[in-house]
Design a protein around this ligand. Sequence first.
Ligand code: CAA
Length: 389
Amino acid sequence: MQDTATLAGLNFELSEEQLAARDAARDFAQNVLKPGVIDRDREQRFPAEEIKQLGELGFLGMMVDPKYGGGGMDTISYVLVMEELSKVDASASVVVSVNNSLVCYGLENYGTEEQKQKYLVPLAKGEKIGAFCLSEPEAGSDATSQRTTAIDMGDHYLLNGTKNWITNGGTASTYLVIAQTDAAKGHKGINCLIVEKGMPGFVVGAKEDKLGIRGSDTHTLMFQDVKVPKENRIGEDGFGFTFAMKTLSGGRIGIASQALGIASGAYELALAYSKERKAFGKAISEHQAIAFKLADMATEIEAARLLCLKAAWLKDQHLNYDQASAMAKVFASEVAMKTTVEAVQIHGGYGFVKEYHVERLMRDAKITQIYEGTSEVQRIVISRGVLKG
Ligand code: CAA
């Protein structure tokens, strides 16, 4: 782990560009996302129009080089934007996270120039949406055990298998699919292929009916003898697992920031409510039982924010951030779960009904402990780093 004090000089000041990105996201979240968020959650409706607008504002490819149609912003800005969007609508913010840090990042850093022109540019401009397809019915955490196969047929791969719980599964146009080419080589026999919607044999299956992030579009995907051209492989033969790990390291900063936003959104609602609601002759915030809950929430959220920003800063400095992003994700997602439960508690009976938002935030928080590596997987990554010294 890098020593922040030495490397950053502990400068916590945000630049004008970073503040402008945060303020634009805050404005969008409060004015555009908030009005329909309860209905979209209830109806499991993808925020299609809202995502289109986020694309037009440049948020879907915000870290991509402007020469590929992106916003050219840094990872610190990304954390700030993810927090603001997630305070209000985690179903929308996961689209921003997956598109930016799994799909665009992967293509920009490891794709060929042709792949970038063909696939990255429309994704970065928000004209198309991407999906990252690693999880399978029997391979989630144990990601090297891929059952999906990509058999080398000379000028193309023949792709067969099933992917589960794929975010943007129905709405995406471009899919990064991880598959096993040579099982004898273990993780060195895995490739990542760019698959387009509409390729013969590629079927979008059932949409999941979920506990949280119900506005996001999560599907099973089936591939049956899909012919994927050789030029759609990312990197050298056998690079797919390393590609997935490197890409997920940055993805975890996105999900950590999503968890941070869910927590801070719930905290802000609980704080405001506690000042209004009276019990035993005074605002409930003046009762120590509630004031101490708010104190713990504020402290833990601040710690989560610092971990997210540190991981982002390391990435922006091109230093190793594998452990830092795992720490940010495991901590922020646990803070999100704890904070949202307390926010419901502070709201009492009102917290249990949809109108007050906190019950949705509590349901949304849970997935941040599961996707892009469960809390248990993050602890594997962290402990391996710790033990290596
Ligand atoms: N960067 C580069 N290489 C890496 C790496 C990294 N961050 N992490 C591991 N590797 C390399 C290792 O060095 C090793 O290579 P060598 O053998 O050449 O040294 C190889 O990858 C295998 O690594 P491990 O031996 O550590 O593999 P493992 O089987 O023990 O698994 C794991 C490690 C951390 C548990 C990994 O499997 C993992 O991260 N699993 C979770 C996967 C995950 O996050 N799934 C979420 C699905 S995606 C999603 O949710 C998207 C969405 O839609 C929201």
